[in-house]
Design a protein around this ligand. Structure first.
Ligand code: UDX
Length: 482
């Protein structure tokens, strides 16, 4: 166990435990920055795998824990088994580390640990916190609607309706088997429903939008969400969302929850600016953006986990080229299933695009979305990307890949009405039409206006006296009461 940095302060200390993926590290460190600015001292307990970069947060303490994992073990296909393994492997070393920290604070008169705040997917922390007799709080990094839709799936399971439909080897298979299991229940009550039909009580979600993941069988997925949502001993739930975006869902959840929920998001808006990027950001794209006209550029990024195959990449590329709209495209290393993908983007593509396109491996996304030249975001609808786009008033083309992304995409297009969803397999004609709808047509201009209005409402909500701000103050009061 390596103590990378010691941090001394007279304020109570908070121990943060992020899930080691970019989309989860970001909100956890943002929360840490916010709480640090309120006087708490912060120690991040993290896995060796995908460890955060301590120099980006010199005011925090970082403690690395052996996790017995190797990068080869992980691929997007195996995310759920990987997270289960993480929870199995990390319990003992985390417990030993925390016990030492508690002992040290007693002997050396260090600031006491007020509580442990852990990512909802690091559910082993609950037992560890109990063992070392510390209070714990869960941070939920996905939307409130995602919680409700996963909960609805669990209820179906509890009613004995969902059973394993046998193994499936890919996401389509997993979706199909879960949908058919869900439909078998709902067909009893709603004869003739299909995957296109709305799920009763979960407006505006259709069966096909339910947040299933890349898994072997529905049973593995059901076990996974059971683990995340099992009622444990945590004292509260912090949520990276807010009333402006999700008040009805949050109210519904508060009715179901035994403990207080604190919607304090969007965390990146409240937190002092700081990067928690695991990949080096290529700032040259900002220089390229400087040369583009206001609201003309489509920013394209599928986040830190999703991948595309060679065919999809080709269709995306030619849809972008044929739209004639300037684009900034993030193609993350490892995000295309073919090492030779670069060859696809040479034959004719470079000539067709010319200076109209910029491709980078990783971008400073928040800065990109805040740039005046960016007029649209083609996103996979990870919750962070969705929040970041909304916070900058940028309308979206949604192409969800898995899990919660379908729920988010549906809310973008149907509830907030600030984007369009590409429904079918990626095909260049559909891509080109989608880009024109968002970037050129009247429909897109109206979405941009609604996105700007939503941005303003979010800005108000985090100001003194408004709901997200008040929620944060109540959270701090709760932590101080431990
Ligand atoms: C994962 C899941 O896939 C997602 O569904 C869930 O909601 C959160 O966890 P990820 O796929 O990486 O996250 O997407 P997202 O939530 O959007 O997070 C990506 C983060 O990486 C964002 O904060 C974004 O700003 C950052 N990013 C992305 C960059 O900094 N640069 C890039 O080039 C791309």
């Amino acid at each position: 166990m390596e103590m990378e940095k010691e941090h001394r302060s007279s304020h109570p200390r908070l121990v943060l435990v992020p899930l080691p993926f970019q989309g989860h590290i970001n909100p956890m460190l943002q929360l840490g920055s916010i709480l640090h600015s309120k006087g708490f001292s912060i120690t991040v307990l993290h896995t060796a795998f995908n460890s955060p970069i301590p120099s980006n947060y010199p005011e925090f303490g970082f403690v690395s824990i052996p996790d017995n994992l190797s990068e080869q073990l992980i691929s997007a296909e195996d995310l759920l088994p990987f997270i289960s393994l993480l929870n199995l492997n990390c319990g003992v070393p985390f417990q030993e580390c925390l016990a030492k920290m508690v002992q040290k604070q007693e002997v050396e008169n260090e600031p006491s640990i007020a509580c442990i705040i852990y990512d909802e997917y690091m559910y082993f922390c609950d037992a560890v916190a109990k063992y070392v007799k510390l209070p714990s709080i869960v941070l939920r990094t996905t939307s409130a609607s995602t919680y409700l839709s996963r909960n609805a799936i669990l209820q179906l399971k509890a009613e004995g309706v969902l059973t394993s439909q046998g193994p499936s080897t890919n996401i389509e298979g997993a979706v199909a088997s879960l949908i058919s299991a869900l439909e078998s229940l709902f067909n009893i009550f709603y004869l003739g429903s299909t995957s296109q039909d709305l799920v009763p009580g979960l407006h505006p979600l259709r069966f096909k939008d339910l947040p299933v993941s890349k898994i072997g069988t529905p049973e593995i997925f059901l076990q996974f969400i059971t683990n995340i949502y099992k009622t444990r001993t945590s004292s509260a739930i912090i949520w990276n969302t807010n009333d402006v975006l999700e008040q009805p869902s949050l109210q519904e959840i508060q009715k179901q929850c035994q403990v207080g929920i604190f919607p304090v998001g969007p965390l990146h808006e409240v937190a002092p600016a700081s990067s928690s990027s695991l990949i080096k950001e290529d700032n040259s794209c900002i220089t390229w953006l400087e040369k583009q006209k206001q609201n003309t550029v489509l920013y394209v990024s599928l986040g830190s986990v999703a991948s595309v195959d060679k065919k999809e990449l080709g269709e995306m590329a030619w849809g972008l080229a044929n739209s004639k709209q300037p684009f900034l495209w993030v193609i993350r290393p490892g995000s295309v299933d073919d090492q030779e993908w670069k060859k696809l983007l040479t034959e004719g593509f470079v000539e067709a695009v010319g200076e109209n396109g910029c491709i980078v491996k990783w971008a400073p996304q928040k800065e990109v979305l805040a740039h005046g030249a960016v007029g649209g975001f083609w996103t996979h609808c990870g919750w962070n990307s969705t929040l970041e786009s909304i916070s900058e008033g940028v309308p979206m083309i949604c192409k969800p890949c898995f899990g919660d992304q379908r729920v988010n995409a549906r809310h973008v297009s149907q509830v907030w009405r600030i984007g369009i969803q590409l429904e079918n397999m990626c095909e260049r004609g559909e891509v080109e039409r989608g880009i024109k709808r968002l970037m050129v047509d009247k429909e897109g201009k109206e979405m941009r206006q609604r996105a700007k209005n939503l941005k303003e409402r979010i800005q108000l909500d985090i100001r003194e006296g408004d709901s997200s701000y008040n929620s944060l103050n109540k959270l701090i009061e709760l932590i101080m009461s431990f």
